[in-house]
Ligand binder design. Structure first.
Ligand code: NDP
Length: 327
């Protein structure tokens, strides 16, 4: 058995947390030979509910759980953590503008960025799930000058998985048959799920679907899937978000399959002409705990317009919170 690693989860008593913690604890994220110490952060009023979740984790007697801590202080929860999953975020309240939401979350994520900077493992891998995830990740990163900016990522894996599911349903294949699908941009309704390089059993996916379906059904369905789930279930998606968070971390830590890639929100290095610095979802391969942007993909005019629209939204989000960056 390996030495335990430390995994922090914020918003641990929330809906996503309730699915996520049990998946991490059972070894779905880092492997069945990797013990974990769970370090759970919540706001003070949610600590009692969190205690109930801890009791349930204990009652599972998971072989891989080597310890559980809880706290309402980021410096305690992030101490020496190897993985930080930032799920807790301020939900949009009645009458709240997007700008207010960005600012309310900026306060949370700047504190958490500073704490990661001060006390986390120097190799910590950070995933932001709490919305607006891409810009929250940027705020945390800007407050962590001693860590590599590339250690901060945002989740678009759920969008990626949703796109796989839609394409598989439409073509009658299994999601496992599909490779090289990309979600570009923001985890929001401007995201661009792109099948132009995707393959189904090694054949171009675009040849297997009608262009009208792709433009008028596939793209909006993936973009609006969160809202469709809220309408049907009466609550926002939680288990699927948790599952995709597990996928994101597992792929980052353990790698992508040969010949395939995944989608991750990562700091743009200017690839594909995307503004440097914003946390933008790109196609990436992962190996030995590092990710790399897939280079050299041909981008047609249709794709370019959509990639730029979601880039524009992220630039505006960044500009709305820029005054809160320390430098
Ligand atoms: P959830 O666990 O359902 O959601 C948490 C965050 O994940 C929200 O920002 C949500 O965005 C986001 N999210 C990202 N992708 C998805 C997706 N596909 N589907 C659904 N959500 C998605 O929220 P709860 O309110 O149940 O729990 C949040 C917990 O966080 C609470 O227990 C609260 O106390 C805690 N909290 C902790 C903080 C901290 O640790 N410092 C700070 C703030 C809150 P969206 O809102 O857009 O659905």
């Amino acid at each position: 058995m390996k030495a335990p690693v430390r995994v922090a989860v914020t918003g641990a008593a929330g809906q996503i947390g309730y699915s996520l913690l049990f998946r991490i604890a059972s070894g779905d994220m880092l492997g069945k030979d990797q013990p974990v110490i769970l370090q759970l952060l919540e706001i003070t009023p949610a600590l009692e509910a969190l205690q109930g979740v801890v009791m349930e984790i204990e009652d599972c007697a998971f072989p891989l759980v080597a310890g559980i801590t809880t706290s309402d202080k980021a410096e305690e929860a992030f101490k020496d953590v190897d993985y930080a999953m930032l799920v807790g975020a301020r939900p949009r309240g009645p009458g709240m503008e997007r700008k207010d939401l960005l600012e309310a979350n900026a306060a949370i994520f700047s504190v958490q960025g500073k704490a990661l900077n001060d006390v986390a493992s120097r190799d910590v891998k950070v995933l932001v799930v709490g919305n607006p995830a891409n810009t929250n990740s940027l705020i945390a990163q800007q407050n962590a000058p001693d860590l590599d900016p590339g250690q901060f990522t945002a989740m678009t894996r759920l969008d990626h998985n949703r796109a796989l599911a839609q394409l598989a349903n439409q073509t009658g294949c299994h999601t496992q048959d599909i490779t090289r699908l990309t979600v570009w941009g923001n985890h929001s309704s401007t995201q661009y799920p792109d099948i132009s390089h995707a393959q189904i059993k090694g054949e171009p996916a675009a040849d297997k679907v009608d262009r009208q379906w792709y433009e008028n059904e596939f793209i909006p369905t993936v973009q609006q899937r969160g809202a469709a789930i809220i309408k049907a279930r009466g609550a926002s998606s939680a288990a699927s978000a948790a599952s995709s968070a597990v996928d994101h971390m597992r792929t980052w830590a353990l790698g992508t399959a040969d010949g395939d890639w995944t989608s991750m929100g990562i700091p743009s290095d200017g690839s594909y002409g995307i503004a440097e610095g914003i946390i933008y979802s790109f196609p990436v391969t992962c190996k030995n705990g590092k990710y790399e942007i897939v280079q050299g993909l041909e981008i047609d005019t249709f794709s370019r317009e959509r990639m730029q629209a979601t880039e524009q939204e992220l630039v505006e989000e960044r500009d709305a919170v820029k005054h809160l960056f320390p430098n």
